[in-house]
Design a protein around this ligand. Structure first.
Ligand code: C5P
Length: 218
C-alpha cells in the first residue's frame, strides 16, 4: 500500500503553503514545501556565484543542496535561511531556476523522499501532475490576483518590511505568467484536481474543505 499524499498546487501567494502545513498538522502527516527547494537552489547559486541562467551549474547545485527542514526553520549548510529564501530577489530567482528542466529533474528524486508514513501533504506547482501523480487527493488552490497581492502585502508588513501593493501585483502577474507559460511542468489545473478558490475563505475554511475532500477520497 503506497503512502498517501495530498497534493496542493497553485499560484504564488494563494495561501497554499499555510493551508498545506495546517492540513499536515491536523492529520499528523509530513509536510513538504516544494517551492522552498527552488528558492534554496536560487539562494545557493547566488552564494556560489552561479547565475540563474546557467542550467547545468544550477542542476549540480540542486542535486547537492545540503538542506534540512524542521518545524519552523529551513537550514542551508547549517545556516537558518527561512527569511533569506523569502526575499523578493530570491522569489524572482526561484521562478527563473524552476524553468530549467535539469533543475527540475535534479529536485524530483529529492521531493519523493519526503513521502513517508503515515502520509505527506505537499504544496507547489506540479505536485499532483509530475512529482506525485498517484496522489490520493489533488487540489488546485488559488485566489484572485488582487487578493493574493493584498495577502502578500499584509504578510510583508507584519514582518516589518516596507511594501506597496502595485509592485507586488505586477510581480505576481509576471510570476504567474512565467510559471504557467514555461514548457516544463507549467502551472495549470489538472482535470483530476479539485478547484479551491480561497478569495472569500478564511484559512480555517480552506483547511476544512481540504480535509473534507480528503475524507471523501480515502
Ligand atoms: O511556492 P513558492 O512561491 O515558494 O515557489 C517559488 C517558485 O518555485 C515559484 O515561482 C515556481 O516557479 C517554483 N516552483 C515550481 N514547482 C514547484 C514549486 C515551486 O516550479 N513544485
Amino acid at each position: 500500500q503506497a503512502v498517501p499524499v495530498i497534493a496542493i498546487d497553485g499560484p504564488s501567494a494563494s495561501g497554499k503553503g499555510t493551508v498545506a502545513a495546517r492540513v499536515a498538522t491536523a492529520l499528523g502527516w509530513h509536510y513538504l514545501d516544494s517551492g522552498a527547494l527552488y528558492r534554496l537552489t536560487a539562494l545557493a547559486a547566488q552564494r556560489a556565484g552561479v547565475t540563474w541562467d546557467d542550467e547545468q551549474a544550477l542542476a549540480v547545485i540542486a542535486a547537492r543542496l545540503n538542506v534540512r527542514f524542521d518545524s519552523d526553520s529551513v537550514w542551508l549548510a547549517g545556516e537558518p535561511v527561512s527569511a533569506a529564501i523569502r526575499s523578493e530577489v530570491i522569489s524572482a530567482g526561484a521562478s527563473q531556476v524552476a524553468a530549467w528542466p535539469a533543475v527540475r529533474a535534479a529536485l524530483l528524486f529529492r521531493q519523493r523522499l519526503f513521502r513517508r508514513a503515515p502520509g505527506l501533504v505537499t504544496d507547489g506547482r506540479d505536485m499532483g501532475s509530475v512529482v506525485f501523480p498517484d496522489a490520493q487527493t489533488k487540489i488546485f488552490l488559488t485566489a484572485r490576483v488582487e487578493v493574493r497581492a493584498q495577502r502578500r502585502y499584509q504578510q510583508l508588513r507584519e514582518n516589518g518590511m516596507s511594501a506597496s501593493i502595485q509592485p507586488i501585483l505586477q510581480d505576481l502577474r509576471e510570476r504567474d505568467e512565467r510559471d504557467s507559460q514555461r514548457p516544463v511542468a507549467p502551472l495549470r489545473q489538472s482535470e483530476e484536481a479539485c478547484l479551491l478558490d480561497t478569495s472569500d475563505l478564511t484559512i480555517e475554511q480552506a483547511v476544512e474543505k481540504v480535509l473534507a475532500w480528503h475524507g471523501e477520497a480515502v
